[in-house]
Design a protein around this ligand. Structure first.
Ligand code: SF4
Ligand code: MSK
Length: 635
């Protein structure tokens, strides 16, 4: 790039991940360009960054002036508030659609397992199945596991297809929160109709009142968090097992030069579960050995990696921004991808290092990548073929291998059920219960720190600094997705990290033997945070709705539309949610003020934004303290 007069990333400014940094240096030497370099060469459009442009029709695109937002309107007369609310609505629709599409695929898989047409997966947690049936009001008396599963599948399908009424998981929502949603008319009917509704109302010349559009935004986001994502988490646990704490290795050092290395990257657990079976197949292992390998090494990345690490302790190589640099090691024999957060740039990087990049999902083909379709009725056909390709590449690598020998050990897999159990079986029992510890002030509050990494900020740095600051101030941190991996790489997902916590939190962590940072799984598993928060309300002593809780959320390095949908479902659920990097609105406009304050006045949560991790922590802690004061537990 430099030779062509283009800007390149200064490595020390773009990542705090040492392994990623070393591979960026190698990429330079090898003449390979990755996303950090493309970001340095691609200045974000300042008008788009603040969502002051509209391309909803071809009378435009229309650009407004973010410095004088009310000085101009679009050709049709659309104001800045209409334009930005429509834009955000479409981001939420896309993010919610992505999670719901994923959740629907998990439901289809579950149906196949229940009716016996899919035989490669089973129901691993029948107790969880039964408990969920009871929670959703389904009759279980005298029913077999299969009958319960079929009833549950039929009920949960409404999450997507229902066109009137309320989605099934509204039965989980605390009564007062649900009452607020009903009053505001933001209870989702079904994901499909809510996503369709957004696409329809944001068409040129339709909904042009930012307040009405904001209602649709909340509804569609809630159809994600309490809808498709929640279904994916619950059914994933029923089929593949509910996570409980497990030790796992994280970082590039999990790759092994003398093994065939297979990486799975994406979001769907079924590809990964079947790959786990393929890499353990004695026949395939023998072929690998015959080719000179010591074995086959399966490693995860991004969110399906976080899910498998949390559930089974499968090693994890790194988060989203490390997916290209990991290929620069030359040690990856195959990278199998499914859906979401798969950068197209992987194709070229994989080509440079002769790695097989294989797409597996009908919804995600990439030009230049080999496609081997994954089919649930015969999943091993796909995963065995990928392993076979990886073995062949191992036998014939022909590239320099350089693996940064960095491995961080950590404890992951804190499902909400386990947090409940770990803290005393009930949040208000006498042994270190979470609610009691919040009420007595040892734990100041709870923060969900989640979300992506983004080359517009230094990789992992905002996550790590924010979390350190929170735990130092006695705030228990729960995590998912790429953020969880950032903290794991910083070595903080271990009980010994309690020494970095404030005195109260440290005491609780030491009594229970837990880290001050609890990793829950993938970004879809943010629903575990909603469920844990619901349990806190139900166990009493901390108010009677989610908005009363001394909790806050953050996505310090967000980048995806899914992150916006997640942020909005937390805000609509009553949680103060702070984004780093930036936020796609123009400050001090009516729409911005509604999101950043008005929604809270309606009984929901609100948004916040800052790039600075210390300011972010201060904002979250101030909110937690405000809630403690309102609850009368600030002494
Ligand atoms: Fe411009 Fe209105 Fe068309 Fe948007 S909908 S591009 S503001 S004319
Ligand atoms: S993968 S959405 S970069 S968390 Fe879920 Fe990571 Fe964000 Fe993708």
């Amino acid at each position: 790039l430099e030779k062509k007069g283009k800007k390149v990333a200064d490595i020390k400014d773009v990542t705090t991940c040492e392994a990623t940094g070393r591979m960026l240096e190698k990429a330079r030497r090898d003449g390979v360009v990755v996303a950090f370099d493309r970001a340095a060469d691609m200045k974000p459009c300042p008008i788009g960054a603040e969502s002051a442009c509209c391309k909803m029709c071809y009378m435009g695109p229309c650009r407004l002036n973010a410095r004088d937002p009310y000085g101009k309107v679009g050709v049709c007369g659309a104001t800045i508030d209409t334009i930005q609310s429509r834009n955000l609505a479409r981001m939420v629709a896309s993010g919610s659609a992505a999670h719901n599409d994923h959740g629907m695929a998990v439901l289809e898989l579950f149906k196949g397992v229940a009716n016996g047409t899919i035989t490669d997966y089973t129901i691993k947690d029948p107790y969880r199945l039964e408990a969920l049936c009871v929670e959703l009001g389904l009759e279980i008396e005298g029913k077999t596991i299969q009958e319960m599963a079929l009833d549950l599948a039929e009920e949960l399908e409404k999450t997507y297809t229902q066109t009137e009424g309320e989605i099934p998981f509204m039965k989980r929502v605390p009564a007062k929160t649900l009452e607020t949603w009903r009053k505001l008319d933001i209870v989702p009917r079904g994901a499909m109709i809510e996503v369709m509704g957004i696409m329809s109302r944001t068409h040129m010349g339709c909904d042009q009142h930012y307040e009405n559009i904001t209602k649709a935004i909340s509804k569609t986001a809630l159809a994600d968090g309490w809808g498709g994502s929640m279904v994916a988490t619950e059914l994933g646990d029923i089929m593949f097992g509910t996570p409980s704490p497990v030790q796992a290795d994280v970082n590039f050092g999990v790759l092994k030069e003398d093994h065939v290395n297979v990486i799975v990257h994406g979001h769907e657990p079924n590809l990964f579960e079947s790959m786990l079976v393929s890499v353990s197949d004695p026949a395939l292992v023998q072929i690998a050995r015959d080719k000179g390998a010591k074995g086959i090494n399966l490693v995860g990345m991004c969110c399906s990696g976080a899910e498998m690490m949390s559930r089974h302790g499968v090693p994890h190589a790194g988060n989203f921004m490390s997916t290209e640099p990991v290929l620069v090691t030359g040690a990856v024999d195959a990278m199998a991808v499914d859906i979401q957060c798969i950068q197209q740039g992987l194709v070229k990087t994989a080509e440079c290092y002769k790695t097989h990049l294989i797409t597996t999902n009908p919804r995600c083909h990439i030009e230049g990548a080999r496609h081997i379709e994954f089919e649930e009725h015969s999943p091993r056909e796909c995963t065995d073929e990928i392993v076979t390709l990886a073995i062949a590449r191992f036998a014939n690598r022909g590239v320099d291998i350089e693996i940064p020998q960095i491995v961080n050990k950590g404890i992951h897999g804190f499902s909400h059920e386990y947090i409940n159990y770990m803290l005393g079986g009930s949040f208000r029992s006498s042994y270190a219960p979470l609610n009691d510890n919040i009420i007595n002030g040892r734990i100041r509050g709870v923060a969900g720190v989640v979300g992506c990494v983004n080359p517009r900020v230094k990789q992992d740095w905002v996550h790590v600094e924010l979390v350190k600051e929170l735990i130092k101030n006695d705030v228990l941190v729960i995590q998912t997705g790429c953020s969880q991996i950032a903290l794991a790489k910083a070595g903080l997902t271990v009980p010994e990290a309690a020494h970095l916590a404030g005195p109260g939190l440290r005491e609780v962590c030491e009594a229970v033997g837990m880290p001050p940072i609890l990793g829950l799984g993938s970004c879809v598993d943010n629903t575990r945070i909603l469920t844990a928060a619901t349990a806190m309300v139900n166990q009493g002593g901390l108010g009677d709705c989610l908005a009363d809780l001394p909790v806050a959320g953050a996505a310090p390095e967000w980048m995806s539309e899914k992150a916006v949908a997640i942020g909005q479902y937390f805000v609509a659920s009553g949680v103060y949610t702070v984004f780093g990097v930036g936020f796609p609105t123009v400050k001090d406009t009516k729409f911005h003020n509604l999101l950043f304050g008005g929604l809270e006045e309606q009984g929901l949560g609100k948004w916040g934004v800052t790039k600075d991790p210390y300011e972010m922590a201060a904002m979250m802690i101030a909110h937690i303290d405000k809630k403690r004061k309102e609850l009368g537990i600030d002494k």
